[in-house]
Design a protein around this ligand. Structure first.
Ligand code: AMP
Ligand code: ZN
Ligand code: FE
Ligand code: FE
Length: 304
């Protein structure tokens, strides 16, 4: 059965493959469709779209936005079929990157106090790798984690998050986030469909709480939920599928591939636990095409 991967990260944010390399890797592994969903930016999407056209791979321009949510949970909202050139997307991206620029120096300063001798310049150099000269890029915690590994302050990316960078780590600082409503509205303004990413990362204590969050998000415009994801077990996916049906939410799924920045996670392949058949992309695209967000676009017919 042909498979797709609708959640991946490139060097435009915190993955280690360039947008073109990511498209090539997807085609090589036999996928028939790919979405790139970088954090806070659509910068790699035009390049990736061209590479995908050349390889006849179905490409979905996407994004992933962090929204406000009580710790230790995290809420991420995915956007699929966004217009990479949308002014709303650029405005939002500028605000979110500014939030990172406020946060990252605080993390590095705390790490220095804790005896880890890394600099912001080290981190920026890691984040810039693979990005064409002069193009903007996103600096995220995985880049700080890599700097910590390179400086031999920790042995692995995992240790960097467990000890320092995760929500309960010694150098954790939050960044400015959009509210869930703002994140959903931004994605809609950029012409895309908004879905709740990896709901298990909300870290809610029971099904009733999860159901309440999903129903509230639906009320403020959420279009779907990510049912299949590397962090989900079969029981998680079963429950999420049930919620999707109950609230008329469209389903999406993907690996959350980050290349070497998440060494345990590979692209969807059918050999790992995330298997996303092409029908998932067909349904997502059909939902998008019948939505007001696609109809408000002049070039909706070409965007996929
Ligand atoms: P940021 O957007 O800069 O706050 O970084 C968030 C990214 O860090 C996530 O998308 C993941 O890729 C990564 N991340 C967050 N928590 C962990 C963790 N515990 N272990 C490994 N990677 C993580
Ligand atoms: Zn990431
Ligand atoms: Fe995420
Ligand atoms: Fe992600």
């Amino acid at each position: 059965m042909p498979l797709v991967d609708l959640h991946t990260h490139s060097t435009a944010s915190d993955g280690t493959l360039t947008p073109t390399q990511l498209v090539e890797a997807a085609a090589r592994s036999g996928l028939v469709g790919l979405a790139i969903t970088d954090h806070d930016t659509g910068n790699g999407l035009v390049e990736a779209g061209a590479a995908a056209d050349a390889l006849k791979l179905r490409f979905v321009p996407g994004i992933e936005i962090s929204a406000e949510f009580p710790q230790p949970g995290t809420m991420h909202i995915l956007g699929h079929f966004i217009d990479p050139l949308s002014p709303a997307l650029h405005d939002m991206s500028r605000i979110l990157l500014e939030g990172r620029n406020q946060r990252n120096p605080k993390i590095v300063a705390r790490l220095n106090e804790l005896g880890c001798p890394i600099t912001l310049e080290d981190v920026i150099a890691i984040a810039r790798a693979g990005v064409p000269q002069g193009e903007p890029f996103v600096v995220g915690r995985p880049h700080i984690a890599r700097a910590l590994v390179e400086a031999r302050c920790v042995k692995s990316m995992k240790e960097a998050f467990d000890q320092y960078l995760g929500t309960t780590g010694k150098a954790y600082f939050d960044k400015e986030r959009l509210t869930p409503r703002q994140a959903i509205e931004c994605i809609h303004k950029a012409g895309g469909l908004a879905t709740l990413a990896h709901p298990v990362q909300l870290r809610l204590s029971n099904h009733a709480e999860l159901q309440t969050v999903i129903s509230k998000l639906k009320d403020i415009g959420l279009d779907g939920i990510e049912v299949w994801h590397s962090d989900h077990g079969p029981q998680d996916s079963k429950l999420l599928l049930e919620f999707a049906r109950r609230y008329d939410l469209v389903c999406t799924g993907g690996s959350d591939f980050h290349g070497g920045n998440k060494p345990d996670v590979q692209l969807v392949s059918g050999r790992n636990n995330v298997s996303v058949p092409v029908e998932v992309l067909d349904n997502l695209e059909a939902r998008w095409r019948s939505s007001p967000y696609a109809r408000s676009r002049t070039n909706a017919g070409e965007a996929a």
